[in-house]
Design a protein around this ligand. Structure first.
Ligand SMILES: C[S@@+](CC[C@H](N)C(=O)[O-])C[C@H]1O[C@@H](n2cnc3c(N)ncnc32)[C@H](O)[C@@H]1O
Length: 427
């Protein structure tokens, strides 16, 4: 509130009449708004310009080479498709696509993905599934580990502190009600893990792919006599958890930084939990063999992975429309709900649950809302992490990532993609 001394003659004008200062401010705001509009318009036109120059060149080169009308039409259609893709990608990176359009585009890509992975007969689908399982067995435990690390896990922790819930759970939460808060939903998912993995105080626990310590610190807090070891391949995650544990007086947590391809440990554990790390893996046979060697004879392994209901696939960067594979999930796998059951040489299944995808959709929507609300603080963090000139592109990338996750898990009311929970015992 202004004090009396600072009031001016303007304060005594009748309501609705504009002071000189107000008019100047109004003109300045209008100019800024028009300048903003101009920038957006120029960005769109320059995207069109760049792309069409290239495309028409390709079309006419195709015409010269082919002379046949049918071939020419084929080339023209492909060129138009490429042009549309390039325009969309350029517009995406410049952050000028409205969210409704983006969401519609994601749903179209999901439809395309389902068409691409669905075979015309059950027989063919089954053959494909079995050869997928066989091919995983020929691969290393994880591939492209450096890419995935750079894409997610070495991004400054401050960013995750701003967008994730209170416990920094970077995986699906569980919404008891649609309007539960993200923090409540994080707690609800941890309670579900505790029940399903049969956690008790005093157990030794290994958290494989521990992220920013959400589960490790939850267990250490709830079960003070338990000893928790967390492992991940990210240095920044370890630094954060170690500092947080000393702030919270948690002396029962140890964090190890190591790529799971080469990680090994002498100790054995009562419980091993892994939350959304298996999606970064390929060879589940080797991985489960390793993990089972870290279980006590009566120990249990609990795994939480996101899944497609029946068809597994690789995230492969085959072109610009494989946006997710290229920017966020290089080397990743979309397991199917039953995939892990093909790898029971060293563990056997005790129980299995499916968590409807809408829980993940609500989680990612909540991350997006928090990102948008704090964009002013996030931009300088991105400037430091990615460089000044890359901020807009990465704001767009992260927003698109959260939107894509939300749309994918909301697809067909969460019955197409969701989360699988598995409880295994050592063989
Ligand atoms: C999606 S995050 C989940 C984090 C945590 N479990 C949570 O729910 O908040 C996946 C975790 O797996 C780890 N990770 C991915 N690939 C890995 C690898 N090859 N070796 C070790 N950790 C890996 C990442 O660093 C990250 O901590």
């Amino acid at each position: 509130m202004r004090d009396v001394a600072s009031s001016t003659a303007d304060d005594h004008r009748p309501p609705g009449s504009h002071s000189h200062a107000q008019q100047v401010l109004f003109t300045r705001q209008t100019k800024l708004f028009l300048r903003g509009l101009g920038t957006v318009r120029r960005q769109i036109w320059s995207s069109f310009g760049e792309v069409f120059g290239e495309v028409f060149g390709e079309v006419f080169a195709g015409f010269e080479e082919s002379f046949g009308v049918a071939e020419f039409c084929g080339i023209a259609m492909a060129a138009v498709r490429d042009a549309a893709l390039k325009i969309s990608m350029t517009a995406l990176q410049r952050n000028v696509i409205p969210d409704v359009l983006l969401r519609w585009g994601v749903r179209k890509l999901l439809e395309g993905r389902l068409r691409e992975i669905t075979r015309p007969t059950l027989e063919a689908q089954m053959q494909e599934l079995i050869s997928f399982v066989q091919s995983l067995k020929q691969m290393p435990i994880a591939v492209n580990t450096e890419d995935a690390n750079a894409q997610h896990y070495e991004v400054p922790t401050e960013f995750y502190q701003l967008v994730l819930g209170k416990r920094l759970k970077y995986s699906s939460a569980y919404f008891p009600q649609k309007n539960s808060s993200l923090d409540e939903a994080e707690e609800a998912m941890f309670a579900l893990y505790a029940e399903r993995a049969q956690l008790k105080d005093g157990q030794s626990v290994l958290d494989v792919g521990c992220g920013w310590g959400s589960l490790s610190m939850y267990i250490a807090e709830k079960y003070p006599n338990s000893k928790v070891t967390g492992v991940s391949n990210s240095e920044t995650q370890k630094a954060f958890i170690t500092e947080e544990c000393s702030k919270r007086g948690l002396s029962n947590v140890t964090i190890v930084t190591c790529d799971i391809n080469v990680f090994n440990i002498e100790n054995t554990f009562d419980r091993i939990l892994s939350i959304e790390m298996f999606e970064h893996m390929k060879n589940y046979e080797k991985l489960l063999k390793k993990i089972s060697s870290w279980l006590k004879p009566d120990g249990l392994l609990f795994v939480h992975i996101f899944v497609h209901k029946s068809i597994p696939y690789h995230f492969e960067d085959q072109g610009e429309d494989d946006w997710m594979s290229r920017n966020f999930f290089t080397g990743g796998t979309m397991p199917s709900n039953g995939l892990l059951l093909y790898f029971q040489d060293d563990v056997s299944i005790v129980n299995q649950w499916f968590v409807n995808g809408t829980h993940y959709a609500l989680t990612s929507e909540a991350w997006l809302v928090k990102m948008d609300a704090q964009i002013k603080v996030i931009r300088p963090i991105f400037a430091k992490a990615y460089g000044e000139g890359e901020v807009t592109k990465w704001v767009a990338n992260w927003r698109t990532f959260f939107i894509a996750v939300a749309e994918m898990f909301a697809y067909r009311n969460g019955e197409e993609w969701g989360v699988g929970h598995y409880l295994f015992k050592k063989k």
